[in-house]
Design a binder for this molecule. Structure first.
Ligand code: T1G
Length: 688
């Protein structure tokens, strides 16, 4: 598909037609140039309107073409924009819906722009590890000012046409309309058909860039080694200091350099991985989700309240069920307080808070779930409790209702077995805080019906989650790998490292928070309770002496003002602790070992490659459908730096043979690597 050409009196209308998102692939670029030439050569044509489909002007360059000969084929996007810019007749861009990346750059190359108010215009290239590569870093500052342009380009977030029209002195939008944007643009084109000289964005002056330069240091700190935002900032600064064509050449050079780098490869991988995760190979494509118009949540604790909020936010009525009035009132209070906090920050209108709370029905009676299409259990993480709840739900829920467990590790098949409807049972593992975290692990039981699985995935997407299918095993995908990551961190302490050294190295790799700061945030008592239960169930299981000693001192983390680190009251700043130092020294004296330091690279390898090794086992066992799903889990749920692509993509970047060689160095001879990792390393092959 490419473009369609039509005439409306003296106005030629060129329409981009390339579903699903009007990507500016090679055929589209050729179509625009061909149709533009036809319009310019026609004596009957006085002006041109360039537009897309309703809802999609264009999502930008076709990412699937990157790195292929097509992406460099003539005409490139730069050529198309230059042709619009230099056209001898006025070109009006008529924008409705998504106008991203190269799509916005195309519109900036036109002489005028008319948009519907709700249209979203943005340059999201940094989200792919790139900078705009077709003039956006030079034209957008001229159209909306360098400060607004810098914020849009370095953050990659779109703004509505209505918001952009409100920017003082903006020259991006000539008209903002409601309704038929092509009709409005055509009428506008007739009005200005004879106006000369043709206004070109590139001829506009750029304001001062001091405000842009002041953004550099905070942006550098936030980027944690991610290059594209800082490169984009530098180009926006250049728009105010260098001639247009010189700056455009620097933009092109920067774009091509980033395009060839590992960070952009990782981010493009992440983009497509998140979309691939929605596809379930062995479920027929025509499988339809069951309707979900009403939801019940069992348990009004932290998780239950957060889960309920996801559905309230999506306008779906929720019945929230507790066993006692006090717990129910407390849960409702938490939900209201969470919303109120957003109102206080100006992020939520008070009437929206009330509208959402009105969708919430508190209940002490399981019978109240009888008209819900989906019931999500979020009670205490104990198999006995869950089986009791599911027995009641099986009796109370209507036929065809889906019964989902929010369990974070327990066997969904064992839960399903207590019901008479195992096909309707599925795991929906939300991550705390459930109303914030994007990841949702959809756990497919042995008997989970295809349409139940499809429903859970589509509901997840509907409430804004990144949903990934997991098979049934202890810890599913994320938590199972996290256990190995934490073990690797503890092995480093036993080998002599300090918590601060480990956290600092992994945060330098790009994680927002290292394992010890994370433990202090989540609460060390939570993992202690799990260890104590395991010690009781399996008396010969290995003890985590250091963590147990920490918890026996009551050092549960921020909640007790001390954990792996000390904290001043009211502060979250992690201060290395003499008490923990003493605890580690005692450990080493007892075991005849020494404190020592480690290279940051080794610390990163030990922790990240532990994830890779367990991920390889998860993949081999079929718990994850594809390696990229494991990446999606770690990017969306565990703070893995997105510009590294996820653990399995990172292993491909480093080389599976190098991963295996490093792991063998860190373990004693008795250790066995994942068979899949060995196979791939032997063939110098990648995770698929
Ligand atoms: N290129 C190729 N395919 C794309 C695409 C793109 N730009 N955008 C989306 N797709 C595919 C996607 O993989 C999926 O495929 C289908 O379209 C629907 O997407 C020179 C160089 C536009 C907000 O970064 O943000 O311009 O899974 O499920 O939820 O400076 O897609 O169905 O097979 O996401 O409605 C800059 C990326 C490019 C925009 C729509 N543009 N896309 O969201 O649908 S670089 C972007 C999005 C650039 C210039 C530079 C979203 C969307 P499949 P979807 P959606």
């Amino acid at each position: 598909m490419s473009t369609e050409y039509a005439l409306d009196g003296p106005v030629a209308i060129i329409r981009i037609e390339n579903p699903p998102v009007n990507g500016l692939g090679h055929a589209v670029r050729e179509g625009i140039v061909r149709d533009l030439r036809r319009a310019l050569e026609s004596a009957d044509v006085e002006a041109v309107v360039l537009t897309g489909r309703p809802g999609f002007f264009s999502a930008g360059a076709d990412i699937t073409e990157f790195g292929t000969p097509k992406s460099a084929a003539e005409p490139t996007l730069v050529d198309v924009i230059a042709a619009l810019d230099a056209a001898g007749k006025p070109v009006v861009a008529a924008i409705d819906g998504t106008c991203f990346g190269g799509g916005l750059e195309l519109a900036l190359g036109a002489h005028y722009r008319v948009a519907t108010a709700a249209s979203k215009l943005g340059l999201p290239e940094v989200t792919l590890g790139l900078v705009p590569g077709a003039g956006g870093t030079q034209r957008l500052p001229r159209a909306v000012g360098p400060a607004v342009a810098a914020e849009m380009i370095t953050g990659g977030k779109p703004r509505t046409a209505k918001a952009l029209a409100g920017v003082e002195g903006q020259r991006l939008l000539d008209r903002v309309v409601d309704g038929d944007v092509v009709a409005a643009a055509t009428a506008f084109a007739r009005e200005i058909a004879a106006v000369r000289p043709l206004p070109r964005v590139r001829d506009l002056a750029v304001g001062g860039v001091d405000e842009v330069s002041a953004m550099r240091e905070p942006l550098r700190r936030r980027s944690r080694g991610f290059e594209a935002p800082l490169a984009a900032l530098k180009l926006v600064e250049l728009s105010g200091t260098a001639p247009f064509d010189e700056a455009l050449a620097e933009e092109r050079r920067t774009f091509l350099e980033l395009m060839g780098g590992t960070q952009s490869a990782a981010l493009r991988h992440a983009f497509f991985a998140e979309r691939a995760a929605r596809k379930i190979p062995d479920v027929p494509r025509e499988t339809q989700p069951r309707p979900v118009e009403k939801v019940s949540v069992i348990g009004a604790g932290t998780m239950g309240g957060g889960i309920a909020m996801n559905f309230l936010n999506a306008g779906i009525p929720v019945v929230i069920v507790e066993t006692g009035q006090e717990a129910l009132d407390r849960g409702l209070g938490i939900i209201r307080r969470n919303y109120q906090a957003q109102v206080d920050k100006g992020k939520l209108a008070a009437e929206v808070l009330e509208r959402r709370m009105a969708l919430l029905t508190p209940s002490l009676d399981y019978a109240d779930v009888s008209d819900s299409d989906l019931v999500i259990e979020a009670v205490f993480e104990d198999m006995g409790v869950k089986r009791e709840v599911f027995t009641k739900l099986d009796a109370a829920a209507k036929p065809g209702a889906i019964l989902a467990s929010n369990t974070s590790t327990l066997d969904v098949d064992a839960i399903a077995a207590v019901t008479g409807r195992p096909g309707d049972v599925v795991g929906m593992h939300f991550f705390s805080p459930a109303n914030v975290m994007k990841l949702l692990e959809v756990v497919r039981g042995a008997e989970t019906a295809d349409d139940v699985l499809v429903t859970a995935m589509s509901v997840g997407q509907r409430v804004g989650k990144t949903a990934v299918v997991s098979g049934v095993c202890d810890g599913f995908i994320g938590n199972r790998m996290l256990a190995e990551y934490r073990d690797a961190a503890m092995a480093l302490l036993r080998a002599g490292a300090s918590p601060a050294e480990v956290d600092s190295a992994i945060e330098g790799f790009g994680f927002a928070m290292g394992p010890f700061r994370m433990g202090d945030l989540a609460g060390n008592d939570i993992s202690w309770a799990i260890r104590k239960r395991r010690y009781a169930e399996h008396p010969d299981s290995p003890r985590d002496e250091i963590s147990d000693a920490l918890c026996e001192l009551g050092r549960f983390g921020q909640k007790t003002g001390a954990g792996w680190y000390d904290y001043k009251s009211g502060s979250r700043e992690a201060i290395p602790s003499p008490v923990v130092d003493e605890l580690l020294t005692s450990y080493h004296e007892k075991h005849g070992t020494q404190r020592r330091t480690f290279e940051a690279e080794e610390i990163v390898q030990r922790l990240v490659f532990a994830l890779v090794d367990e991920g390889a086992r998860i993949l081999d066992e079929g718990i994850a459908l594809r390696a990229s799903d494991i990446d999606v889990v770690y990017l969306a749920g565990y703070g893995f730096p997105r510009h590294r692509g996820g653990p399995m993509h990172y292993a491909n970047t480093v080389g599976t043979a190098n991963v295996l060689a490093a792991l063998r160095k860190f373990h004693d001879d008795g250790w066995e690597p994942a068979p899949l990792l060995v196979r791939l390393a032997d063939e110098s092959a990648n995770f698929g």
